[in-house]
Design a protein around this ligand. Structure first.
Ligand code: ADP
Length: 402
């Protein structure tokens, strides 16, 4: 069966299933093997002339995982991916896949395959021949390569389109063809450069689920470059946040979302407010801070070294964990919490399930509170109103400078 052949090719018994193309690098018939595609970058750098695009990054991606490289444009994500693919030379450092240093190997011998952002399909070839192209280059006979291509087309649910030309396909369908073509080489690691960015939002969410399904089914490593935090959180087992050629944080989506390490990550990953504050004192594992909006804050110190009294720090607080009360309504509820600041409402944006309410105070721009839309509309907070924002200590955490 079509999909079964490929899924079988990725199994853990170290053998190649029928229909899978043996990969010279790692097709070892002897002995069982665990999941394929463990990737390790050891102090890897990329320099273009005087520009350091990637600065000595070290990263271990477990075999069979879904890793998203996440960061703003220009942070070095694509350069990293292209170095893994072998489309860009490594200026310094080692690249290890399944225990072998492959930094000097040509792309076709690395056990990797790349799916490009623009799909790069051949306009004059039908879907089957597009998918079979790499086998044609290797001299595999027509009947055999078309049969294998059809297996791949079935895996991505495109078998009904085998004879269509690329121009007769939608963007999402072209993408599936490009995926099938990359998977035909039986890679241990599939590299995807912004694979969803050309799709409309509805299709993007659908294809996202499809990529996840394929990755689980095949059990190979996917490394996916994106600037969308939503995409990374939805897809990845491991999110790697990059900034200025450095890895700033790597962890599970929940770790990165719940505990962004720096102000940059907190802002980039979204859902958090970054508040500058001054250290007033410490006791029993808690740090007491003062800040904008006559703010008083108490945060758990955790395992971090104690900051100096009088020093400047910043902390993150989740926008969906903040409670708002009106000080003029005589409510004392907010005043009893150890974390509170007073601010002015400067705009409310209706987002369907939630309302995104922006607050401002001197020294604090755009403090965002996410409110359930029914709660907001039961007692709407009008622009210019003064509110007391409060939250429990565990909704916030101290940030590292960088
Ligand atoms: P991202 O994928 O995160 O947008 P890139 O890896 O494409 O980032 O680029 C990182 C940095 O390297 C940027 O400053 C970019 O301008 C630079 N860069 C990328 N490719 C080249 C190149 N071929 N020549 C010179 N500079 C490049």
């Amino acid at each position: 069966m079509a999909g079964g052949a490929m899924a079988g090719g990725a199994k853990t018994d170290g053998t190649m299933a029928d229909g899978a193309t043996p990969n010279k690098l790692t097709a070892t018939p002897e002995g069982p093997r665990s999941k394929r595609g463990a990737v390790e970058l050891v102090s890897v750098s990329k320099r273009y002339g005087n520009t350091t695009a990637v600065d000595a990054i070290t990263l271990k991606i477990p075999a069979g995982g879904y890793c998203c490289l996440l960061g703003p444009s220009g942070c070095g994500k694509s350069s990293t991916l292209r170095m893994i693919a072998g489309h860009e030379s490594i200026s310094d450092g080692d690249l290890i896949v399944d225990g072998q240093n492959i930094g000097d190997q040509p792309p076709a011998k690395r056990g990797t395959a790349m799916m490009f952002q623009d799909y790069a399909l051949f306009p004059h070839l039908d879907c089957t021949d597009n998918v079979a192209f790499s086998l044609r280059m290797r001299g595999v006979g027509k009947a055999e390569r078309r049969a294998k291509a059809r297996d791949m087309l079935a895996l991505v649910h495109m078998d009904a389109y085998a004879q269509r030309m690329p121009a007769q396909l939608s963007g999402g369908q072209q993408q599936r063809i490009a995926l099938a073509r990359a998977l035909l080489t039986n890679p241990h690691v599939l590299l995807l450069d912004e694979p969803l960015s050309a799709l409309d939002p509805f299709l993007r969410v659908k294809m996202r689920a499809e990529l996840r399904r394929l990755q689980r089914e095949l059990g190979i490593t996917f490394i996916h470059v994106t600037h969308s935090q939503e995409e990374a959180l939805a897809l990845a087992d491991m999110v790697v946040v990059m900034e200025d050629g450095h890895i700033r944080q790597a962890g599970s989506p929940r770790e990165v979302f719940n505990h962004p390490r720096t102000p940059f990550i907190a802002q980039f990953i979204g859902g958090h407010n970054v508040v500058p504050a001054k250290v007033e004192g410490l006791d029993a594992g808690m740090v007491h801070l003062s800040g904008p909006g006559a703010g008083q804050f108490t945060l758990p110190l955790g395992s971090r070294p104690a900051p100096k009294a009088g020093g400047s720090v910043s902390f993150a607080v989740r926008g969906d964990r903040v409670t708002l009360t009106r000080p003029d309504a005589g409510s004392a509820a907010g005043l009893l919490t150890p974390n509170r600041l007073t601010a002015r409402a400067v705009g409310a944006e209706y987002n369907g399930q939630t309302v995104r309410l922006s607050l401002a105070a001197e020294g604090l721009e755009d403090f965002v509170v996410l409110m359930d839309e029914a709660t907001f509309h039961a007692d709407p907070i009008e622009d210019g109103a003064t509110v007391l924002a409060s939250w429990a200590p565990e909704a916030s955490h101290l940030l590292d400078d960088r």
